[in-house]
Write a protein that binds this ligand. Structure first.
Ligand SMILES: *[C@@H]1O[C@H](CO)[C@@H](O)[C@H](O)[C@H]1NC(C)=O
Ligand SMILES: *[C@@H]1O[C@H](CO)[C@@H](O)[C@H](O)[C@H]1NC(C)=O
Ligand SMILES: *[C@@H]1O[C@H](CO)[C@@H](O)[C@H](O)[C@H]1NC(C)=O
Ligand SMILES: [Cu+2]
Length: 560
């Protein structure tokens, strides 16, 4: 551990020097290729970055100028999106084909340049085809600049405790969680289109439907057996110097899932959730966290006893019971890890093992410091979302917008097109409400992710949305809204609607401030839904777009 402490001291000196000099450039190179890899002991074709899986963690300091050079050694086009990063004044580096750039052709490179104007836990991933499913995603951590206001004194009252929390945050380890199948993303997409939907038995369990479309290939949904996974071990050191009571460790859980939603917990270790999607919150002490596609949860745990403890990830959606494990290994000087089996808070389906288990409540997470919103928005867009026909197609508004359709065209940032079902325009420094109405059933929950800026969750509920604005709705059903201190995140999830539920419709309302001009994607983060067309475009602050630098303009025009 001595060498790690030393490393952090060196890095702190560097950040001090940077402060003196004014700024620092942090450069990464990502070389994409395909190769054979066996993350769970079963070899398959995957995408490798710099010859490895998982791709490297990008570690960045707030205020850094970040340069990411991507070499596309794949046989198909690619792109890299930095999930949750604002891309303030550099919307051309957002990595969204058809909006911010053309896809990077096979054999070509693209250099993303952006400034780290935020801090916290983020990630990066391909925004092309099924590449996320093939392994093209990695962790991205931005360390906060000195003097940042943090909620740590709400966790520990002593100054030694707060110092220990600060140290734990500096040394936080990203925990990248993904769902991994033994077939490639391309194969999955091909049989999804052929099969139309899940087999009747699965639909019966999930939605109470009896009888549905033809079945998928038998080996996809049935007859599965556990792989003898190579268990990841996350080793942490208990610091016995502070008397055992302030031995804090921080982890950044990253929901890099392409398909599943999850419940995550660590045996015998309550977690203080101190940040969601990179932003601090008023800490919540919980035993398990529901984590959707694309979400990040930063937690502190107390490493106060030596041993091996299971980190459990249970899939909380259809159609199979899937679960995964890693090991948290806590060692303290002089004490050996016992290696004993630990006591779980959740079962294989993600359900609590007792009535005392506290689950993180996403409805009530409060940004720290508070992030007030105006009582009324300047503009409201209402979007009708759901499943389409055939069943592999999805719409975020009225009809599907396929990524393949979008990325064929000139990037919208270079050549905006007029408003439509799929293109929404806003002016800078206005507040916008988005209301998502789930109007087909059944519907799984959809984690709706916005590029550019984060959103505030005003409310969600079952039943019909019959109002023209949140203001009107809040007059009728005030209890359904939080206009005072709503959660702030870069994605929010709609409610699941089942066929036999009395309510066949549901709604979700969010508000955001247009203060980051650019062309931003808004989409469901379930990969099959996105690729089935579940996305729209927000041309935010079209009146105030920054001028695209020559280098990016040439590429966007297709003349680079
Ligand atoms: C693009 O990639 C090639 C091949 O690795 C490299 O030689 C070239 O310098 C790169 N071009 C730029 C502009 O970075
Ligand atoms: C969040 O609010 C919605 C709507 O009231 C509700 O259906 C859901 O169960 C709530 N979630 C939690 C974890 O309480
Ligand atoms: C856009 O609005 C934000 C928020 O009010 C403001 O800070 C920014 O300067 C505006 N941008 C331009 C280019 O006017
Ligand atoms: Cu979805």
């Amino acid at each position: 551990m001595a060498s790690i402490s030393l490393l952090f001291i060196v890095l702190n000196v560097l950040s001090f020097l940077r402060f003196v000099v004014g700024q620092s450039e942090r450069k990464f190179t990502l070389e994409l290729s395909r190769g054979r890899w066996a993350p769970d002991g079963v070899e398959r074709e995957m995408i490798l970055v710099n010859g490895q899986y998982p791709p490297p963690n990008l570690e960045i300091w707030e205020d850094d100028d970040v340069v990411v050079e991507v070499f596309n050694g794949l046989e198909e086009p690619s792109s890299i999106h930095f999930h949750g990063i604002e891309m303030r004044n550099t919307p051309w580096s957002d990595g969204a084909p058809g909006l911010s750039q053309r896809p990077i052709p096979s054999g070509h490179n693209f250099t993303y340049r952006w400034k780290a104007t935020q801090h916290g836990s983020y990630w990066y991933h391909s925004h092309s085809g099924e590449q996320v499913e093939d392994g093209l995603y990695g962790a991205l951590t931005i360390h906060p600049r000195a003097g940042t206001l943090k909620p740590f004194s709400l966790i520990s009252e002593s100054s030694a405790g707060v110092e220990a929390l600060e140290r734990a945050e500096r040394e936080a380890q990203p925990v990248l969680m993904s769902d991994h199948r033994h077939v490639t993303g391309r194969e999955v997409w091909e049989f999804t289109q052929r099969a139309s939907c899940f087999p009747p038995r699965v639909m019966a369990v999930s939605y109470g439907a009896d009888g549905y479309y033809p079945a998928m290939p038998a080996n996809i949904l049935e007859g599965c057996h556990a792989t003898d996974a190579l268990r990841e071990v996350i080793e942490v050191q208990g610091h016995s110097d502070s008397g055992g009571d302030e031995n804090w460790v921080a982890l950044h859980f990253i929901g890099a899932f392409h398909g599943i939603s999850s419940m995550v917990s660590i045996d015998e270790h309550p977690m203080w959730v101190f940040a969601v999607d990179g932003g601090y919150i008023t800490p919540q002490l919980v035993h398990a966290i529901p984590i959707m596609n694309g979400e990040r949860f930063s937690v502190f745990i107390k490493a106060d006893k030596a041993g091996d403890f299971a980190i459990r990830i249970a899939a909380t959606m259809d159609p199979q019971i899937l679960d995964g494990y890693a090991t948290l290994r806590v060692s303290t000087p002089g004490e050996q890890s016992s290696g004993d089996s630990s006591a779980p808070y959740i079962d294989a389906a993600g359900h609590p093992t007792s009535g005392d288990v506290v689950i993180f409540d996403p409805n009530t997470s409060k940004p720290f410091p508070p992030s007030p919103i105006p009582p009324v928005a300047d503009k409201t867009f209402i979007m009708y979302m759901g499943n389409s026909v055939p069943a592999y197609l999805w719409e975020l508004n009225v009809e599907p917008l396929l990524p393949l359709q979008l990325e064929r065209e000139t990037p919208l940032l270079l050549e905006p097109r007029p408003p439509s079902h799929h293109i929404f325009e806003t002016t800078n420094d206005t507040w916008v409400d988005l209301v998502f109405i789930t109007h087909t059933s059944p519907n799984p929950p959809h984690p709706i992710h916005k590029h550019g800026v984060k959103m505030h969750l005003l409310g969600l509920g079952y039943g019909s949305w019959t109002w023209a604005s949140v203001e009107e709705a809040a007059r009728d059903i005030p209890g359904s809204f939080n206009l005072v201190d709503p959660p702030v995140k870069d994605s929010f999830t709609s409610l699941k609607v089942g066929i036999n539920d009395r309510q066949h419709t549901a709604w979700l309302a969010v508000r955001y401030h247009v203060n980051n001009p650019g062309a931003w994607l808004l989409h469901c983060h379930v990969l099959e839904h996105l690729n089935g067309g579940m996305q729209v475009v927000l041309l935010d602050g079209v009146d105030a777009w920054p001028e695209m630098p020559e280098e990016y303009r040439r590429l966007a025009e297709g003349s680079g």
